[in-house]
Design a protein around this ligand. Structure first.
Ligand code: RUB
Length: 360
């Protein structure tokens, strides 16, 4: 993605590998501060996934793959048995970071499968190559989703999106925002309604920032306003990303997605989910089988921001000990999904068949 840093335009990925170090944009401090940070070993990478230094299904999948590459490099001088024990423990550590996004688990499994060579050095080489391949495949997939998804966007379209399924949620381009980027680049006039997406405000902090960087017209709205604009006829289509898509087409995505989908259907508005192969979990039969992450309750009680002098601060907005529930994701039954935008094309209902045909 192209970003403006200190008055200069610069092309940057969300995260990348430099030997055994991962370099990445620190998403916890955007949009107020743009900073590239480093993760030196797989333990730091696991902590960064858990603490959401980077987030979004695609980005955490790539990070998990790179974390496996780091673990392999850390163990390169061990005996074969020691290597296996170290590598399996690293996989377990990375698996425990965030439970919902399928990409993370697929990436770890792919790296475990790659580590099958006879010698430790063969295994290290294969795992590093696999982690790099995951990143490059994700990049290619997001570009293709942009091209396929662009065909669904007419000149003058108003598009609602939830959370951040953009370049920051991937390593570039994104899923839901990739078609919007393509349409804009092609000269179509688009307007994006950006849900703020409480509690962590990925819409307000990250999607709005991406729209600013690209010069794509948008309006930031509170989550509760989406229904208002849909009912008024001001939204032509909804595009969201996904953290896990079950074999029957049920979609786990950021909390609040379900409500948007129901209101879209009620108002006859197409509801598209943009997701690559790595987000589909064919072993998961239905959405209710997806583990939904429950996050820290202070995410609901408090908000982050900067004061008028630009100093970062976190403020309490409720009773200090207010009783809280904080599921990070919800499940949208497939009947509310008009189609999936994937790197293999647009998948239409019946989803059991179209998903199996594209990805089995
Ligand atoms: C992110 C989120 C995104 C999906 C899609 O949640 O719900 O919509 O991950 O991402 P969080 P992608 O910020 O809690 O990780 O576009 O990468 O598939």
């Amino acid at each position: 993605m192209r970003v403006k840093v200190g008055g200069e335009q610069r092309d940057v990925r969300t995260l990348w590998r430099e030997k055994s170090t991962i370099r990445l944009i620190d998403q916890r401090i955007l949009p107020h501060t743009f900073e590239i940070t480093s993760l030196k070993d797989h333990r730091e990478t696991a902590a960064a996934i858990r603490d959401m230094v980077m987030r979004g299904a695609g980005a955490i999948g790539v990070a998990a793959g790179y974390g496996m590459a780091q673990a392999a490099l850390e163990a390169k001088d061990l005996s074969l048995n020691e290597f296996e024990a170290y590598f399996d423990a690293a996989a377990e550590r990375l698996r425990k970071t965030r439970p919902t996004a399928a990409n993370l688990f697929h990436a770890i499994e792919r790296c475990l499968d790659a580590a099958k060579g006879v010698s430790v050095s063969d295994r290290v080489e294969a795992v590093v190559a696999e982690a790099d391949a995951i990143a490059e495949e994700d990049l290619a997939a997001s570009k293709r989703m942009g091209e396929y998804g662009n065909s669904l966007i007419e000149d003058g379209a108003c598009i609602l999106t939830h959370c951040n399924a953009g370049a920051l949620a991937f390593i570039d381009y994104g899923t839901a925002l990739s078609p919007i980027r393509s349409a804009h680049k092609q000269g179509k006039r688009v307007h994006v309604y950006v849900d703020e997406t409480r509690p962590r405000c990925q819409g307000a902090r990250l999607t709005a920032w991406e729209m600013e960087q690209e010069g794509i017209p948008y309006s930031l709205i509170v989550d509760n306003a989406a229904g208002y604009f849909m009912r008024k006829g001001e939204v032509d289509l909804v595009i969201v990303g996904a953290d896990r898509v079950a074999a029957n087409g049920d979609v786990a995505n950021k909390i609040g997605t379900y409500e948007k989908a129901v209101v879209a259907k009620e108002n006859g508005i197409p509801f598209y989910v943009a997701a690559p192969r790595m987000t589909f979990d064919l072993k998961c039969e239905k959405g209710d089988d997806v583990e939904i992450e429950e996050r820290d309750h202070d995410e609901v009680r408090k908000m982050w921001g900067v004061d008028e002098k630009g100093n970062a601060m976190r403020i309490l907005i409720s009773e200090e000990k207010a009783n809280v529930r904080n599921p990070a994701f919800d499940v949208t039954p497939s009947k509310y999904v008009t189609a999936f935008i994937t790197e293999e094309g647009i998948l239409e209902p019946p989803f059991k068949e179209s998903i199996r045909k594209a990805f089995a």
